[in-house]
Design a binder for this molecule. Structure first.
Ligand code: E4P
Length: 217
């Protein structure tokens, strides 16, 4: 499973990229707001750090303006992936943009039928928001499993990009189900390495090593 990081914080992106952990980045209008940066400037900086797809979201809701914004965003770098909302206009833009050879991430997916439409529109990525579904009392991971089944049934090439990830368990479940990608907030990505028994075991090894009086040199 590929890891994207869900942030517009370039310091975090640089650090995680240096660890070799990142296959891409996702941003959205809320993350751009949080960064306090200009969308063009910060997105260009992100594209210079990471080789993989960097999702940049259009702000328009009508097809013509989405296409104009997509043209502006596409000029930032070759690894830009245009993010469009899961609406009829968004799907129309998806069809046109992918037909033109551009990567498209269809976002704000909350149902299997929406994911089916996005695949038929040629989406590069579909972004089901698991955390926001959990917030309603439903199980977001069930949607990932449904989409996996549907895409496999018909050999759709659209990649499932599990989004709105809130816990390390979301990451594990996404990998078990066979999500192609998970976009994960930096704090959750860092938590993935943690295990109390790793810390405890390391402490014990270090204590015993000190008692040997040896150095590896
Ligand atoms: C995905 O591309 C979105 O940017 C993101 O995962 C949304 O997550 P949230 O529900 O935590 O805002």
């Amino acid at each position: 499973m590929k890891f994207f990081v869900d942030t517009a914080d370039t310091k975090e992106i640089s650090e995680l990229n240096a660890l070799g952990l990142l296959d891409g980045v996702t941003t959205n209008p809320s993350l751009i707001l949080k960064s306090g940066r200009d969308i063009m400037e910060v997105t260009k900086e992100i594209c210079d750090i990471v080789e993989g797809p960097v999702s940049a979201e259009v702000a328009a809701t009508d097809y013509e303006q989405m296409m104009r914004e997509a043209d502006v965003l596409s000029k930032i770098a070759d690894n830009i992936c245009i993010k469009v909302p899961l609406t009829f206009d968004g799907l129309k833009a998806c069809k046109a943009l992918t037909g033109d050879g551009r990567m498209v991430n269809v976002t704000l997916c909350f149902s299997a039928n929406q994911a089916l439409l996005a695949a038929k529109a040629g989406a590069t990525f579909i972004s089901p928001f698991v955390g926001r579904i959990d917030d309603t009392g439903e199980d977001g991971m069930e949607l990932i499993a449904e989409i996996r089944t549907i895409y496999d049934n018909y050999d759709f090439g659209t990649e499932i990009l599990t989004a709105s990830v809130r816990t390390v368990n979301h990451v594990k479940q996404a990998a078990l189900i066979g999500s192609d990608v998970a976009t994960v907030p930096p704090a959750i990505l860092r938590q993935l390495v943690k295990h109390p028994l790793t810390d405890k075991g390391l402490d014990a090894f270090l204590a015993d090593w000190a008692k040997t009086g040896q150095n590896i040199a």
